[in-house]
Design a protein around this ligand. Sequence first.
Ligand SMILES: [Zn+2]
Length: 59
Amino acid sequence: MSVLPGSCLSGNVRIAVRGDPKRIGICHCTDCRQESGSAFTYFAILLRVGWGAACTTHR
Ligand SMILES: [Zn+2]
């Protein structure tokens, strides 16, 4: 089983997900273009179980 690391844009919140995504893709909607500052953004749909988050600003 794979572990996928990730974080928010500032790096203050880090996540780790166990297991494979149920679906991955890209979105070209206005919100995603604005959020990413590009023509599209990537997303993944994951099971609720198997992930955890940690805030690195409040250690
Ligand atoms: Zn979108």
